[in-house]
Design a protein. Structure first.
Length: 161
């Protein structure tokens, strides 16, 4: 089902085309607007598209939000022209939540590739349910740093061995 909403936008309103769907095949290839997917009587996700690609509707609003069956937010993703991308220097492109609403994990991206944040934070940080940090993983241009370092070390041993 398709309908149009008037949504406040600063001091004016903007027109938003919204699709309420139960199957992704109902999304036109070049769609611009909001998609709400439903299942078993609740909203599964809300996604925003521009010209058929996931794209944030605003600087502080993610392109994709997935919900738990009870309606609580499970995770959110920021996209720019179909690629995961941090919307700001300290705001991660991906943020997942525990059922109680606390942050479970964050991931930083630049143009669709995992990348440590501009402020030096690792690309991936994940917490335990008790709030303690579980792990951090560093990435540069989509390459996991310990993997890249391991390959470089392994290659140097092979050449000198």
């Amino acid at each position: 089902m398709e309908f149009v909403d008037l949504v406040p936008n600063s001091l004016s309103f903007r027109v938003i085309t919204t699709l309420d769907i139960e199957d992704e095949s109902a999304i036109p290839a070049d769609f611009t607007g909001r998609v709400r997917r439903h299942a078993d009587g609740s909203i599964v996700y809300v996604a925003w598209y521009r010209d058929g690609q996931l794209h944030n509707p605003g600087r502080t609003h993610p392109a994709y939000r997935r919900f738990r069956p009870d309606g609580k937010l499970k995770y959110e993703l920021f996209y720019t022209h179909g690629l995961l991308h941090d919307p700001g220097a300290t705001t991660p492109a991906v943020r997942g939540y525990f059922a109680d609403g606390r942050t479970h994990y964050i991931e930083h991206y630049w143009a669709g590739k995992r990348q440590d944040a501009k402020d030096g934070m690792p690309a991936i940080r994940k917490w335990r349910n008790d709030g303690t940090l579980r792990h951090e993983i560093r990435y540069v241009e989509g390459r996991r740093m310990q993997d890249a370092e391991h390959r470089a070390d392994h290659g140097s041993h092979a050449r000198h061995g």
